[in-house]
Design a protein around this ligand. Sequence first.
Ligand SMILES: [Zn+2]
Length: 97
Amino acid sequence: MAVAARRVEERGVRGDLVCGLCGRTAARIEGSWGARFVPRTIRIADAEHEAAVRRLRCPHCRGYLTLDNHEEVYIPRGPLLDDHASLVPPPSPEGGG
Ligand SMILES: [Zn+2]
């Protein structure tokens, strides 16, 4: 019987941080699904805007950023479940063979 390898996936959310005043997208974020959202990745369009984005303020007009255009995603996490070989370190060259 063939055993299919299965990757552990985590339910997540991906979306844009968009300014409520000027409508510009300041960053794209991705993180775990849950009662308390903690972003795992933040892609800021312009590196100079990092400080403003971290305060959830628009770097252009100081408006508040909100999550928009969000979608549910499944984020791969860790090694393949049935790929036991990937969990075992390779044999040392001195071990013979
Ligand atoms: Zn703005």
